[in-house]
Structure formats: structure tokens, C-alpha cells
Unconditional design. Sequence first.
Length: 88
Amino acid sequence: MNRADRIIAILTKELHPARLELQDDSHKHAGHTGAREGGETHYSLVIESQAFSGMSAVRMHQRVYALLDAEFKNGLHALAIRASAPKN
């Protein structure tokens, strides 16, 4: 299973998102800090989940980072996040 698949599996299991889009942006960061051969280091995430209801943007990001802690410890360098709760 590659990193993108692991990220999607973790976020789906824990947050049951209504929307989840993950894009590997590693190719845009070749030669930068944290980049490595083969990519899987820099991602963009769009996620919408009822689990975020009532949370500030900072708290939503902290939740995502906490869930992906093992990925960050094992080579994930950067994650741009657009997180929200569904609008009723």
C-alpha cells in the first residue's frame, strides 16, 4: 500500500468524510527540503467531515496531523489542508 492509500484509509476510518481529495504534489518540490526520490512527501488534502463540526480551522488541522503522525514520522514532509464540516 502506498502512502496516499494509507492516508486515505486512515482519514476514512477515523473521520468518515463526505468528501476527501488527496493529491501528491511531490513533483512540485523536487530538490526542496523533505523531497525524496520517488515522491510521496508533499500532498494537498481537501476533506469535509461531520467530525469537524464546531471545530476551529486550527483544531481541524491538528486532528488531521494527529491522525497522520506515523506518516510524518516516516517520510511525509508537508500536507496542505483544506478542511471543513458540511454546511447544513
